[in-house]
Design a protein around this ligand. Sequence first.
Ligand SMILES: [Zn+2]
Length: 297
Amino acid sequence: MRKKIAIKIDVDTKRGYEQGVPNMLDVFQKHGIKASFFFSMGPDNSGKAIRRIFRKGFLAKMLRTKAPATYGLKTMLYGTVLPAPLIVGPNPAPFLRAIADGHDCGIHCWDHVYWQDKLPVLSEAKIREHLTKACNLFEKLAHQKPRFCGAPGWQTTYKSLKVQQTMGFDFCSDVRGYAPFYPVVEGQEFLPVQIPGTLLTMDEVLGIMGVTEDNIVDYWLKNCDKPWNVFTIHAETEGLAKISILDDFIAKARLQGFEFVLLKEGKKLPNIKKCRIYAGYLPGRAGTVALQSDPLN
Ligand SMILES: [Zn+2]
């Protein structure tokens, strides 16, 4: 059986949405492949992410990845000096084109920075309010309900999983790990199945472990060493300044015999195990993310 790669695209900002998404759709069209998009549906509060400057490793990462050049000055002021603009509502065209092109589209969040920075203190009611706003706008524009969601910054809590469980998703992709699994938190099992990202992202590896823009594609493909691989990319990076790296990755993966599939194909894999979700560290990333444990059964 051919080894598979599912591309997961996180759309975090207005700039990534308006410019990065169309660029990526062109690249996918050129190669004739389909991917899975996760849209931040509400306000772009990117400027507020600067609060994370007090978090271990954040400043070093911002400098190492040249964040101001990647995101643009305007994006870095949204929600502080500049008001936070809505991302999808005022300009549904990129969102609707992704659906029309046959890609699988779902929810990333309503407000990325709010979720990523505040989730541990949010009530179930607040989490539900945000997810419901994102789902309602999705449904209004697409005339269909979103079938999946993926948490910003891979941040989950017992409460967020409990709310997501009630929202009728086919799967969620909130976690970093190695294979699809049924999540267990604080001894409780949750649905739906989690389909985790398996590769380190560009901002995590670029500039460390000897990885450069010239060899990052080979680094990623070497790490697609399992039958099932999930490659997470961002509209703000691989959709804009690094679009040629995405193009190159797809071309080389094809040559090496990989098949590109939608994330939801992960649900069909045999022997999906139960695993715990726990907060842990990844190389090159500030703060903790939700990680998949070894199998419990
Ligand atoms: Zn994101």
